[in-house]
Write a protein that binds this ligand. Structure first.
Ligand SMILES: *Cc1c(COP(=O)(O)O)cnc(C)c1O
Length: 349
């Protein structure tokens, strides 16, 4: 049986969060001389002399509407990378606890674990990049506090079978962190609708990909109210800056543009999926539900250098397990994709 208090670190349960000035203050006032801010103004522009809302009330309520989730079930991080780090620190005691990682997958789970001295157990995905569920369940130890599942997976692009995710959710008493950074490009529904069924489920999403706001650093975690309260307790109080809160709120109104960019990206991805296999250097294009393609080529290192020579940067993922001679290529604009195809066609001729 999953019980949150069984997996949360004692120091996290016992600590008091930082209490900010505006938290203590209830009522109305016109003079704010409580936080050592600059009351003369700001060199950066209006408002920026003030600390931002540590609870991001306005932004969360807009996200809640768009995502169909209770605002109390939303945590906002400085990118989902911060959510990953805080989740680890919430439940994993350094030098003792462990997480289960399913490579080839997103690199930050491992980086964050190493930084926090959390042991990493590894179960490699199958040849078609699905989860070997029995092996995963057999690898769970008393120290295993988290399993990271990325769907659509980075760098492979495919969706993970929902049945596998469900079996793990039902049979693991730690947190299942489902990273949906690319869900907007996928034709499968988000797991945010299943939060009430699984108290051990944490869904991560981000504004860095489909929303086009990687530079603002804004990520989301959706989970039970209890998990969100703990994340709020341990986060740096002002982790989402004022500019990001404002710019994201404005952007959230523009769902027409979002829809257009997603459709355009998926359409360009489909064109690349058709055009790439015709090229001599390309051996295989893996199916993708994301905004990138994993492409197996004859010689990844040589093609990578050839593309660089033409001013085109892709990601060489050859050193990841199961990804030998694979490049990960983001879907670009129509023009960029033409340049890519042309350059690959000229490779080795
Ligand atoms: C890009 C990406 C993220 C995004 O991280 P941010 O910190 O929100 O920019 C998270 N997870 C995966 C799998 C990604 O590929």
């Amino acid at each position: 049986m999953f019980k949150l208090e069984n997996i949360v670190r004692q120091n996290v349960l016992q600590m008091k969060p930082y209490s900010s000035a505006r938290d203590d203050f209830k009522g109305t006032a016109t003079v704010f001389i409580d936080a050592n801010e600059n009351n003369l103004g700001s060199l950066a522009g209006e408002h920026y002399n003030r600390y931002p809302d540590p609870h991001q009330h306005k932004l969360k309520s807009r996200i809640a509407t768009i995502k169909g989730v209770d605002p109390k079930q939303i945590f906002l991080g400085n990118g989902s990378d911060e959510c990953i780090d805080l989740l680890l620190r919430m439940v994993c005691q350094p030098g003792k606890d462990a997480l289960l990682n399913l490579p080839p997958t997103y690199g930050m789970y491992e980086v964050s674990a190493n930084l926090n001295e959390v042991h990493i157990d590894t179960v490699q995905l199958t040849a078609d990049f699905q989860i070997p569920v029995k092996q995963v369940l057999a690898s769970i130890k008393p120290e295993t506090k988290l399993i990271f599942i990325c769907s659509p997976n980075n760098p492979t692009g495919n969706n993970i079978e929902p049945e596998s995710i469900e079996t793990i959710l039902k049979n693991f008493d730690g947190l299942v962190v489902l990273d949906e950074a690319y869900i907007d490009f996928a034709d499968t529904p988000s797991w945010t609708t299943r939060l009430d069924d699984y108290p051990n489920l944490v869904v991560l999403q981000t504004f860095s990909k489909a929303w086009g706001m990687a530079g603002l650093r804004l990520g989301m975690a959706f989970a039970s109210v209890e998990i969100i309260e703990l994340l709020d307790k341990i986060k740096p109080p002002y982790n989402i800056n004022q500019a990001t809160q404002e710019l994201a709120q404005n952007a959230l109104g523009n769902d027409e543009q979002l829809k257009y960019m997603i459709e355009e990206t998926v359409q360009e991805r489909e064109l690349l999926e058709k055009a790439l296999p015709a090229l001599a250097a390309v051996e295989k294009v893996y199916p993708s539900d994301a905004n990138f393609l994993l492409v197996k080529v004859t010689d990844a290192e040589a093609l990578y250098k050839h593309l660089l020579n033409d001013g085109i940067v892709v990601r060489n993922r050859s050193n990841l397990p199961g990804c030998e001679n694979c490049l990960r290529i983001s879907v670009g604009t129509l023009e960029e994709n033409q340049l890519l195809l042309q350059s690959i066609a000229e490779f080795n001729v």
